[in-house]
Ligand binder design. Sequence first.
Ligand SMILES: NC(=O)c1ccc[n+]([C@@H]2O[C@H](COP(=O)([O-])OP(=O)(O)OC[C@H]3O[C@@H](n4cnc5c(N)ncnc54)[C@H](OP(=O)(O)O)[C@@H]3O)[C@@H](O)[C@H]2O)c1
Length: 251
Amino acid sequence: MSTILITGASGGLAQEMVKLLQNDQLILLGRNKEKLVQLYGNHPQAELIEIDITDVQALEGLVAELYQRYGKIDVLINNAGYGIFEDFDKISNQDIHQMFEVNTFALMNLSRLVASRMKEMRKGYIINIVSMAGLIATAKSSLYSATKFAAIGFSNALRLELMPYGVYVTTVNPGPIRTGFFDQADPDGTYLKSVDRFLLEPDAVAQKIVKTIGKNKRELNLPILLNLAHKFYSLFPKLADKLAGETFNYK
Ligand SMILES: NC(=O)c1ccc[n+]([C@@H]2O[C@H](COP(=O)([O-])OP(=O)(O)OC[C@H]3O[C@@H](n4cnc5c(N)ncnc54)[C@H](OP(=O)(O)O)[C@@H]3O)[C@@H](O)[C@H]2O)c1
């Protein structure tokens, strides 16, 4: 039985992952305990923890305590994250700092705290749920993309540092998924409507993520079409900008 820690556990993708992880010891982190209890009160082995993951001291205390009680964390899934799809000049300085705190700094801090223990134990898996927006930047996702590009850069370096210790880092970069993410990212639903036919279903994404556990998988880019678009973007950035700014400008 693996001990698996998941952040942002009340979200759509996390809920689908939890459904597939019924035989593991889960440690589920969220901002609201009641919500966690409502969702997972019946799970046979889930510890539900209310925490603000942007509070570094609280995170440090929690990780120390978890290692005292469980002795190990086999898998860390950094899943918490949110987006705001908006013109950059309409985004506040507070938004910039807050989104980096959640999407990037918390992911880095928790990875740092858990990775140092995994390194000592010479085993472990860190799965960072990032985004296709961390590989391809598009208009109105400047802030979200910046947080996710940073998370990918961090993860890529971490992967190299940890590999000699038998600790593996996977980045998961999905395109749009049908979850509550868009309630905040796209409150008027314009973007969601225009990409409806491309939307990934959270259960299908969760299945693919859970399958990477225990494997030395570098990255999981979904769907195939967007993975190809990402390769194209890397090879032909100027043409990709033209297409992203005109034909495929959905936001
Ligand atoms: N949906 C998509 O289209 C999509 C595409 C690519 C990548 N992603 C990424 O996938 C991950 C999971 O997202 P999801 O689709 O499952 O969305 P979701 O349903 O909104 O869940 C995300 C979870 O992140 C946590 N969170 C959100 N805002 C937060 C904040 N300000 N501070 C702390 N925690 C916060 C929340 O968990 P608690 O309420 O439990 O704290 C929330 O339930 C995110 O990192 C997201 O960026 C999503």
